[in-house]
Design a protein around this ligand. Structure first.
Ligand code: ADP
Length: 464
């Protein structure tokens, strides 16, 4: 895995190399064109000048012409041809004669302009300007004056330019690479310090320390902030988990203490069979409470790991509610509570969900209403349609819940009246299971209650 710094460095260096190569190629092409133009202009001037020095009768290139035109110093050669194209004369620095090209013979240059071309002789290339001399404008050509320059010279200059471009480019690339390596370290220093700070955080410090948010770097500030928000959420989850463990241990300890106490007392002296029976009946109650508690904790653990819904199917909510009402009818009769189910519509109201989980939701709510309402009250389970939801209301005319408890009602292990709730067998997990299961179905649960008038729990589930 490549580090961010290496990647930054490599990308920057590659970009710089591409830019330098492009720049070099363009410079080279432009310079070559300019150099060729210079050579051509120079040769054209020299050919025209030579055309003035020689005439058809005096078509020799005399030493004074060579001297006057500085052929040695300027590294060029001269040739003269007669009007018929036959060779007449050449400068002393030209080893062999280079014949006049057909192109020059064919060309019509009434104004006497020079023809520029590249000629080859003895394996060498020459740039040549040939001036066709006329007596008057439009007259026939009387002779050809030619100036030549070996292209080696031009190529040597071109090679020098290329070498210069390549060495400068390489130096710039090296400088750029070094700069980018250092700059990327500078840029990433803040990231490294952030990473170091994050690594230094131990779980015991979750609630105490947060990362420093730099004020001069927007991106890093955002990174540090979101990391700190993550820490906040982790801390909250950690605290909830710790509280849950503490509450759970406490809840488990109470029935175990009661069990041990009862057994110890029973064992203190020999007793009649009836007395033992009483102790065993009481023990059984505590054990049932323990089983319910562990079962509820297990249910919550399933929801927490995302296992709340094991199987989705179309569940008819009206049927499910009337089934639950029937199941709890005995308990209601026992407590002299009138429990009934009410459908506001005849059409089947269905949701897509886990039947067992939904049964548990309704069971917990109806059981609470029956358990916590005083004798003689009414409990109604009402199912209605409130698109896009299906609404299930569990309404009781019981004692109601004081407003200060309402915001905490769905918290784990929260009980309004701890002593009373325990005698009912509740551990304060019922409503938190309801909330978790309903939310796992994409729904919501809410409560409204008035002390002395009763409570109403509303479950909303997305209609199928
Ligand atoms: P528990 O297992 O103790 O019943 P729940 O989470 O089901 O726990 O309920 C939390 C608390 O809310 C209960 O202890 C009870 O005091 C209160 N409560 C729940 N439903 C009702 C209701 N219908 N009427 C009055 N109080 C209720």
């Amino acid at each position: 895995m490549k580090s961010l710094r290496t990647r930054l460095f490599m990308s920057f260096t590659a970009l710089l190399a591409a830019a330098l190569v492009t720049f070099g190629i363009i410079t080279w092409l432009v310079a070559r064109e300019a150099m060729m133009n210079d050579v051509d202009d120079f040769l054209r001037t020299k050919a025209t000048l030579l055309g003035r020095f020689v005439t058809p009768s005096r078509n020799r290139i005399e030493p004074w012409i060579e001297q006057d035109m500085q052929i040695q110093e300027r590294h060029f050669m001269l040739q003269v041809f007669r009007a018929d194209g036959a060779f007449a004369s050449k400068s002393s620095n030209l080893a062999t004669t280079i014949p006049l090209s057909d192109e020059v013979r064919r060309s019509e240059h009434p104004a006497g302009n020079a023809v520029i071309e590249t000629l080859y002789a003895d394996g060498r290339a020459f740039r040549a300007a040939t001036h066709p001399r006329r007596e008057m404008w439009g007259d026939p050509v009387v002779l050809y004056a030619q100036a030549l320059m070996p292209l080696d010279n031009v190529l040597a200059r071109e090679r020098r330019l290329l070498a210069w471009l390549a060495s400068c480019g390489a130096a710039m690339l090296a400088a750029g690479a070094v700069a980018s390596w250092h700059l990327s370290r500078q840029w990433l220093r803040s990231v490294s310090s952030l990473e170091e700070a994050a690594r230094g955080l131990s779980s015991s410090e979750l609630g105490l320390r947060r990362l420093f948010v730099p004020s001069d770097d927007a991106e890093l500030a955002a990174l540090a902030q979101s990391f700190n928000h993550l820490l906040d959420r982790l801390e909250a989850a950690h605290t909830t988990q710790q509280r849950f463990t503490a509450d759970a241990s406490h809840e488990l300890r109470t029935p175990l203490t009661v069990l041990r106490g009862e057994i110890e007392v029973a064992l203190r002296k020999p007793r009649a069979a009836e007395e033992y029976r009483e102790v065993l009946v009481s023990n059984k109650e505590e054990i049932e409470r323990l089983s319910r508690l562990t079962e509820n904790m297990l249910a919550l653990a399933h929801v927490d790991v995302g296992d709340a819904i094991t199987q989705r199917e179309l569940v008819n909510v009206s049927e499910l509610c009337s089934g639950m009402v029937t199941r709890l009818q005995n308990l209601a009769t026992e407590r002299r509570i009138t429990l009934h189910h009410e459908d506001t519509t005849t059409e089947p109201l269905s949701v897509n969900g886990d039947r067992i989980a939904l049964e548990r939701v309704i069971f917990n709510l109806v059981e609470n209403a029956v358990r916590y309402s005083p004798t003689g009250e009414n409990v109604t389970v009402r199912v209605s349609k409130a698109p896009p939801w299906i609404e299930i209301q569990i309404i009781d005319t019981g004692g109601g819940i004081a407003p200060e408890h309402l915001p905490h009602l769905f918290e784990r292990f929260y009980r309004v009246d701890k002593a009373r709730s325990r005698t009912h067998g509740g551990s304060g997990l019922g409503l938190s299971i309801v909330k978790a299961l309903v939310e796992a179905h994409g729904g919501s649960v809410s409560v409204s209650s008035e002390v002395g008038h009763g409570s109403s729990f509303t479950v909303r589930l997305p209609a199928a």
